[in-house]
Design a protein. Structure first.
Ligand code: PLP
Length: 401
């Protein structure tokens, strides 16, 4: 079957001019070009025949492994090669920092994985990149493909940024609970927003969003729905998340807190740990009223005012033994955890990070001496200036119960 492959070409490395490469690039960058190329049946996606005589290895998608210091080596060319070739290559490899002030105990270590430092501001950038790369690899995404997906916010932003970069059309189906900043951001990246506000009998807003995505997918053969709820590329994205944490801690951690929605993060982290036979405790942090760990009949999750964690449906990725403990957090827990994290550590994070901080603080007194705990801090706080970090919003929306 003919297919399209997504290519990276590094003319600086191979001494070529961008014009000499007969690919249909969306836009040439200064030294690196990315684009789609039609590949005849039987070819691999790493090497592609070009009409003009271009060195075959020029089309390799492999990147040099070692970063050279320009001042010591004097080789500017190789330094340029070692730069990420686009924003998509900046997803992941987030820092792990010691949270020195968050615990009153000095016999435990608390570490924060700063997922907000992904280019789109959240852990869902990893999911977005993985869903798109997998679709491209399988030949399901081609230059004219229209991507359609639903999101409560962060995946939408991650996809919008990546699709803008790849030159792909994107429609994101959101619902009326979506933060206005998210809508603005998704649109700024050039995506179309479809807003769902009405549900049919017995439907949750998520059901209504999924129904609309299905309608869009069925109405146009050019549409590709990555389907973050069922696509194995979602959990697969988090092999890298887990690999990084293992490298950063040298495998020395006892407990990891993960917020849950599709449970792609949790399932992907657990799968990687299982492959390595490492068995730290995984704590799932879920929203009160969420159906992930209880009956789907309970739709009180609709009452939640914060996006990110929680869901009105079970996860397709989760096995019963993936989770050691479940911590259910309220919106107020999330807000209090966010403010505590900000005051103690100067980290401005989103609601799920606040929920994780609150869940950790509840467990803190009973953690064994010498424990090392990792908190997955999932998104940036700037998007929540009008909610979590707005006193009046908190007072009006989350009265003390
Ligand atoms: C900020 C944030 N944290 C956590 C999650 C949950 O991730 P997952 O869908 O992998 O369970 C999401 C999902 O959208 C999110 O936006």
């Amino acid at each position: 079957m003919p297919a399209y492959a997504f290519l990276e070409v590094h003319p600086a490395r191979f001494g070529m001019l961008p014009q000499s490469v007969p690919l249909h690039f969306k836009r040439p960058l200064s030294f690196v070009i990315r684009g789609f190329q039609h590949i005849p049946a039987g070819s691999t996606s790493r090497y592609v025949k070009c009409k003009k005589s271009v060195p075959m290895e020029a089309l390799s998608t492999t990147r040099p492994k070692t970063l050279q210091n320009p001042f010591s080596s004097g080789q500017w060319g190789s330094v340029i090669d070692d730069l990420p070739s686009s924003l998509l290559d900046c997803v992941g490899n987030t820092p792990l920092v010691t949270l020195n002030q968050i615990s009153t105990r000095n016999d435990i270590t608390v570490l924060g994985k700063l997922e907000m430092q992904n280019p789109g501001g959240s852990i869902k950038d990893r999911t977005a990149a993985s869903l798109l790369k997998s679709g491209i690899r399988k030949g399901l995404i081609n230059p004219g493909t229209k991507i359609v997906e639903t999101s409560s916010g962060n995946l939408g932003i991650g996809l919008a940024q990546a699709c803008c970069q790849l030159g792909l059309s994107l429609t994101i189906v959101l619902d009326t609970r979506t933060n206005q900043n998210v809508i603005k951001l998704v649109e700024l990246y050039g995506a179309t927003v479809e807003m769902v506000s009405e549900t049919r009998d017995g439907e949750t807003l998520l059901d209504a969003r999924l129904r609309r995505v299905r309608e869009l997918a069925e109405s146009d053969p050019q549409v590709y729905w990555p389907n973050q709820y069922e696509n194995p590329a979602n959990p697969a994205a988090h092999s890298a998340t887990m690999r990084e944490i293992i490298q950063q801690t040298q495998g020395q951690f006892d407990r990891l807190y993960i917020a849950t929605s599709t449970c792609g993060t949790l399932a992907g982290c657990r799968a990687h740990l299982k492959r390595l036979s490492i068995n730290p405790q995984l704590v799932a942090v879920d929203g009160m009223g969420s159906a992930i760990f209880q009956s789907e009949d309970d739709t009180s999750m609709i009452e939640s005012h914060l996006p990110g964690h929680g869901s009105s449906r079970h996860s397709n990725f989760l096995n019963a033994d993936d989770v050691d403990e479940v911590a259910m957090v309220s919106d107020r827990d999330c807000v209090e955890g966010c403010h505590f994290l900000l005051q103690q550590e100067g980290i401005l994070a989103g609601g799920t990070s606040g929920g994780i901080v609150s869940a950790f603080r509840k467990d803190e007194p009973s953690l064994p001496e010498g424990s090392t705990v990792v908190l997955l801090l999932c998104d940036r706080g700037e998007r929540y200036l009008d909610t979590i970090y707005d006193e009046e919003w908190v007072r009006k929306t989350l009265p003390f119960s």
